[in-house]
Design a protein around this ligand. Structure first.
Ligand code: HEM
Length: 308
């Protein structure tokens, strides 16, 4: 019933602003099931990006976007997205709308301004760990290593403590390994729910629920163990992000959700960017040469990069 009212309100709002329903993608099977099958299959075969680019090329969205930019953020709604993401992300910037979203946006904006001035030394340890995982010869698949590295840097930045997934199997606690594995399963689960959007509730297996519960338990215990009320000034470099978000959160769950939303936001995106960059660089030797020359011209013989 509530769904029906929302949908009627949306239609009335759309007509008022002169919007039509967005054009549907052509489909062969009822309910567009062929599209879902394509999404599922191309993802399993590693061809999802090519498939989506083709869909985007053929899609003509009309001028609804112009109307959307005109009405402003307060009326912008995500449709099924909050419900798709909620098992892992709870109530955070990716699932919120309207004023709640604005609050999160402001809160995170302040943190990102601070992080911009983070020293590049803070990344050194994790980059070194990645380099030590590279084979001395032969072919290497960098993407899984980038996934580990971004998890390690993001947890250090957000939680004040890295999960050191690049060192899993060397000297790391079982708990850290479980967190990294659970986060991957949970994240993949969200992507699967997204691909079947209105039927997201059909994908909710035990493995996914368990993974989300593990991630929540892990982040909550991180928060509790950090003893944030007692963080001293000299520890602010390490715990600044989590402490400042904690000060504006009303509960453990709220803080946990905000952290997890940023963790998710900053991980895949950065990994894809790094993977593509390296994929293209190794195929364009001339560009690598120029890049190396430029780095040497700026850094000279130093192995300590800085933002200056
Ligand atoms: C190359 C790297 C990145 C790309 C391509 C990228 C891209 C995007 C895109 C397309 C969105 C909009 C998503 C949506 O709401 O549908 C977004 C949102 C967001 N990103 Fe990134 N991102 C990157 C890196 C990061 C990093 C490193 C962080 C944080 C550590 C981050 C934090 C966020 C947050 C918090 C939002 C939500 C903003 C909001 O809803 O107001 N992103 N990003």
């Amino acid at each position: 019933m509530a769904q029906l009212i929302v949908s009627q309100n949306d239609s009335a709002f759309g007509s008022y602003h002169g919007c039509e329903l967005p054009p549907e993608l052509p489909k062969k099977w009822p309910l567009g099931l062929d599209r879902i099958k394509d999404l599922w299959e191309t993802n399993a075969e590693g061809r999802l990006l090519v498939y989506l680019c083709k869909v985007a090329e053929d899609y003509k969205p009309g001028n609804n976007l112009t109307q959307f930019y005109g009405v402003g953020w307060i009326d912008y709604r995500f449709g099924a997205r909050p419900k798709i993401f909620v098992p892992l992300l709870g109530n955070g910037i990716f699932t919120q709308e309207g004023l709640a979203w604005k609050h999160s946006r402001e809160l995170l904006r302040k943190q990102f301004i601070r992080v911009q001035y983070q020293n590049l030394d803070d990344f050194r340890e994790y980059v070194d760990n990645l380099i030590s995982r590279l084979p001395s010869n032969g072919i290497v698949d960098l993407q899984p290593l980038f996934f580990d590295m971004t998890l390690d840097t993001a947890t250090a930045l957000l939680f004040g403590r890295s999960v050191y997934s690049l060192r899993a199997g060397i000297d790391q606690h079982e708990e850290n390994r479980l967190f990294a594995e659970s986060f991957d399963i949970a994240q993949e689960g969200l992507a699967k729910r997204f691909r079947i959007a209105p039927w997201y509730f059909l994908y909710n297996p035990l493995s996914f629920r368990k993974a989300c519960a593990n991630v929540h338990r892990f982040v909550e215990s991180y928060i509790t163990e950090s003893n944030l009320e007692k963080v001293e000034d000299h520890e602010m470099k390490k715990y600044g992000f989590i402490k400042q978000i904690a000060e504006e959160s009303t509960s453990l769950e709220e803080l946990r959700d905000q952290l997890l939303n940023v963790l998710l936001a900053g991980r895949d995106t950065t990994v894809c960017c790094l993977s593509w960059t390296f994929r293209l660089l190794v195929r364009h030797i001339y560009v690598i040469k120029r890049l190396r020359q430029e780095i040497t011209s700026i850094m000279g013989g130093s192995s300590m990069p800085s933002r200056d």
